[in-house]
Ligand binder design. Sequence first.
Ligand SMILES: [Zn+2]
Length: 160
Amino acid sequence: MKYCVECGTKLVFKELNHEGLIPYCNACNEYRFPIFSSAVSVIVLNKTKDKILLIKQYSKPYYVLVAGYINKGENAIETVRREVFEEVGLNVNEIYFNDSQYFSPTNTCMFNFACISDSEDFVLNHEVDEACWFSIEDSKKMIKENSLAQRFLYKYLKVD
Ligand SMILES: [Zn+2]
């Protein structure tokens, strides 16, 4: 962020107590903290924890994890429940944080969770082309290679 989001003035770095150097607008006399989106991605397991749900979206040929942006005012767990229900019609419980990482192409901080679905009978919405329950071993092979989803899944499954 080089320019003030409110007035367009070029930002300078200014010392803020305990925070170090923060971009500052001399016209607004305000600090301008970095602006980015927040999203969740979700490893959905079946009740016996031996299958993982992967989806295909937007006519892409590869499998990824269910994911979506956190709405303003929503907490991350609420987003996990909402996105999984919206995309594949499943109710999930035992939602545990797995990992997080900033993703620069979309300026988004991604928070990854693992959870248990109370059913394997998914219902696809229009945003999802395909969903499939894979064995743990197959999910490692089917997830999009070199993707953030793969990183999250491998960390969860403790794959090096
Ligand atoms: Zn300004």
